[in-house]
Design a protein. Structure first.
Length: 368
C-alpha cells in the first residue's frame, strides 16, 4: 500500500484514518483504537500525516515524527472549509487529508515537551487568576447587599477582606460573615499558589537566555517573556514583525473589494491568552506614561503620550501591544536585547545672522 498522505481525526479513544496515494486516489479508510495507532504507523512506510492542532495533537506529532513520518499540525479553522457535508469522523479525516496536501497550507509547529510544560504553568496560573477574580466579585457583591462598598482593585479587595475578618464590624451580620469565611480561606490558598507559580516562572526566565532578552522590552515582564518564548517557539516562521502581530490578532481585519480598502476592528485571531498578556502589559505602560514626565523617559513612553492626545486609551493599548509584538519578534529572530533611545536634549538653533558667511570658492560650513 503506497500511501502518500494520511489525515487523522483525533479523539479520546477512537481515531479515524483517511489516506491517499501520489495520484490522490483513496487507498486507506480505517478506524483504530488508541493503543493501535503507533503500532500501525510503525509498520507503515514514511509518509505525510495531517492532524488538527487540538488537545493531544503535539504528543502524537512527536511520536509520529519519532517513527520517521512527517507530522503536520493544521489549524482547525483552516480545515473546516474542506469538510464536504455533515459532521462525521470519516468526513473530518478526509478534510484533514485534503487540507494537508495543499502546498500553501499553514502549519502549526510541533511543540517540545519542555515548552508544553511551561505552557501548562501559564494555563494553571491563568485559571487561578480567573478563579481569584470570581471569588473577589462574589465577596464584593455580597457585601454590597449590606451597604459595604469599596473601590475597585487590590486595595479595595483588601478592605473588604478586613470587614469580613472583623467580628466587631456591625455592618455585616454574623450569618453572612460565616458564609464568607470559606471564601476568604480559598482566596488565601489561591494567593499562595499564584505566588509559587510566579516564582517558578521567574526562576525559569533567569535560566533561559531568550526569556532574559525578551524581558528587557518595556511592558514585557517575566510572565510575558516566558509565555512568548514557550508558545511561539521558532519565530523565523513569520516573515516579519507584522505577520507575528497579525498571528496574535493585533492587526485590523480587512474587508476590501476592488480598489476600495476597508479595515475593521482587530481580528482577535491566534492565541487569546498571549494577546491578553500583551494588552495588559501595554495597559501598564499607559499608566506609567500618564505619570509625571521625566527626562529619562524613552521613546516608547513618548509614543504612548502622543497617541493619548487624540486616541482613547483602549485603542492606544492595542497599538502599543502591536508595537511590543513586533519588538519581541525582532529580538527572537535577530538576537540582542532591547536598548531604548533616550530623548535628546533640545538643541540650540543658530540664527541666520550668526552663521559664517560663505566666501567665494569656500564650502558652506556651520559649526554648532
Amino acid at each position: 500500500m503506497q500511501v502518500s498522505t494520511i489525515g487523522i481525526d483525533l479523539s479520546k479513544s477512537v481515531f479515524q484514518l483517511h489516506g491517499v496515494d501520489e495520484k490522490g486516489d483513496v487507498v486507506l479508510k480505517r478506524r483504530l483504537r488508541r493503543g493501535q495507532l503507533l503500532e500501525f504507523f510503525a509498520g507503515l512506510a514514511p509518509c505525510r500525516i495531517g492532524l488538527e492542532a487540538c488537545g493531544g495533537a503535539h504528543h502524537w506529532g512527536r511520536e509520529l515524527t519519532r517513527l520517521g513520518h512527517e507530522a503536520r499540525l493544521l489549524p482547525p479553522a483552516y480545515v473546516k472549509p474542506y469538510v464536504k457535508r455533515g459532521k462525521t469522523d470519516a468526513a473530518d479525516a478526509e478534510a484533514i487529508c485534503e487540507a494537508c496536501a495543499r502546498p500553501n497550507m499553514r502549519i502549526v509547529p510541533v511543540k517540545s515537551v519542555e515548552n508544553q510544560a511551561v505552557i501548562a504553568l501559564h494555563k494553571v496560573r491563568d485559571h487561578l487568576v480567573r478563579q481569584n477574580t470570581r471569588l473577589v466579585n462574589l465577596m464584593r457583591s455580597t457585601l454590597a447587599e449590606f451597604g459595604v462598598v469599596a473601590a475597585q482593585g487590590v486595595p479595595g479587595a483588601e478592605e473588604l477582606k478586613a470587614v469580613v475578618r472583623d467580628d466587631q464590624d456591625a455592618r455585616l451580620p454574623p450569618l453572612a460573615r460565616t458564609a464568607l469565611t470559606p471564601v476568604l480561606s480559598e482566596l488565601g490558598a489561591l494567593q499562595r499558589h499564584l505566588k509559587d507559580l510566579d516564582l517558578l516562572i521567574a526562576a525559569r526566565v533567569k535560566k533561559d537566555e531568550t526569556c532574559r532578552r525578551l524581558k528587557t522590552v518595556p511592558g514585557a515582564g517575566p510572565i510575558i517573556a516566558s509565555a512568548v518564548a514557550a508558545r511561539v517557539g521558532d519565530a523565523r516562521r513569520f516573515r516579519s514583525g507584522r505577520d507575528f502581530a497579525a498571528f496574535l490578532g493585533l492587526t485590523p481585519k480587512p474587508h476590501s473589494s476592488g480598489l476600495k480598502e476597508r479595515k475593521g476592528r482587530t481580528s482577535k485571531m491566534g492565541d487569546r491568552s498571549l494577546r491578553a498578556l500583551l494588552v495588559v502589559g501595554a495597559t501598564a505602560m499607559i499608566a506609567r506614561a500618564r505619570r509625571k514626565e521625566q527626562e529619562s523617559d524613552g521613546d516608547e513612553l513618548v509614543f504612548i503620550r502622543r497617541l493619548l492626545k487624540t486616541k482613547p486609551a483602549r485603542l492606544v493599548s492595542l497599538a502599543y501591544a502591536n508595537k511590543m509584538a513586533r519588538i519581541l519578534w525582532a529580538l527572537m529572530v535577530r538576537g540582542g536585547t532591547y536598548e531604548p533611545r533616550r530623548r535628546r536634549r533640545a538643541t540650540t538653533h543658530i540664527r541666520v545672522a550668526d552663521r559664517p558667511q560663505r566666501g567665494p570658492g569656500t564650502a558652506a560650513r556651520c559649526d554648532a
